[in-house]
Design a protein around this ligand. Structure first.
Ligand SMILES: NC(=O)c1ccc[n+]([C@@H]2O[C@H](COP(=O)([O-])OP(=O)(O)OC[C@H]3O[C@@H](n4cnc5c(N)ncnc54)[C@H](OP(=O)(O)O)[C@@H]3O)[C@@H](O)[C@H]2O)c1
Length: 244
């Protein structure tokens, strides 16, 4: 049966995003799952077994993709209850080290600020009319501990860290405006997760957290009402609040 309540998850081809899609579908939502990776077919496999999983092409830095998806959700569901803004470009082969062989440059900064920081407020804005028609009014943003001015004491990954700090401020501004209208916010630090490979196994060479476990905690935080919804908090995958 097709669910009435509706969710959207960005960056859902693999790992954390994929498990968020699966968990929300299991929790009774029809889930639009944003994909950008042609090499990953894990979403297709999930959709074959669950009609409430709807893979959709969504490059969050492309206004056209966002607006086409908004129109499609409006036609098919007429509402959006939960928005999970998870897509991010994490650095890849250009970690933006000072004086490195591939140093920080404007082009990469611009691309990553667009994807990691600016897209979440734009996406929220474009989906607002649908969110108003939903019941849950739950907005989830995947941040990171490296976004924290206080906690970020490491070196390297400067570009990525900057984009997550800017994301936090964007979320703060959304919170200031939308919390009085009944929206609930989740700003989440998922932990140093292992990367999922195209066959669904995890690359064991980096990261310590299984994205399935981190997504389970994120889902718990989404599906549980907090006592202090009037406060924006950065919460990690152990349920601990972080300074940011
Ligand atoms: N992994 C960690 O240790 C860690 C730690 C703290 C926070 N986080 C955050 O947790 C979230 C999920 O991380 P993850 O480890 O699951 O990473 P991931 O597997 O790389 O997932 C993020 C997905 O977003 C995609 N993406 C990149 N640009 C996009 C765009 N313009 N539009 C739509 N999607 C786009 C990525 O594709 P590409 O591969 O092409 O970039 C990737 O598929 C991210 O927000 C990340 O910043 C991760």
């Amino acid at each position: 049966m097709i669910a009435t309540k509706t969710a959207l998850v960005t960056g859902a081809d693999r790992g954390f995003g994929l498990y968020m899609v699966r968990g929300l579908a299991e929790a009774g939502y029809r889930v639009y799952a944003g994909r950008v990776l042609p090499d990953y077919t894990l979403l297709d496999r999930l959709a074959e077994t669950d009609p409430n999983v709807v893979p959709v092409w969504l490059d969050v830095s492309e206004e056209k993709d966002i607006e086409e998806l908004r129109d499609r959700i409006a036609r098919e569901s007429g509402r959006l209850d939960i928005l999970v803004s998870n897509a991010a470009h994490m650095g890849g082969d250009n970690p933006s080290e000072l004086g490195g062989t591939r140093p920080i440059d404007f082009a990469m900064l611009e691309k990553d600020f667009c994807t990691n920081s600016m897209a979440a407020p734009v996406l929220t804005d474009r989906m607002l009319a649908l969110l108003e028609k939903g019941e849950d009014r739950l907005l989830f943003y995947t941040s990171s501990e490296i976004s924290s001015l206080r906690l970020m004491t490491r070196v390297g990954a400067m570009r990525y860290a900057q984009t997550k700090t800017a994301l936090n401020l964007g979320v703060r501004m959304l919170f200031n405006e939308l919390r009085p209208r009944g929206y609930r916010f989740r700003l989440y630090q998922p932990g140093g997760m292992k990367r999922m490979l195209p066959d669904g196994t995890l690359d064991q060479s980096r990261g310590s957290v299984d994205p399935m476990d981190s997504a389970a905690e994120a889902l718990r935080q989404i599906l549980t009402e907090r006592m202090d919804e009037d406060r924006l908090a950065l919460i990690d995958y152990h349920g601990r609040e972080l300074s940011f």
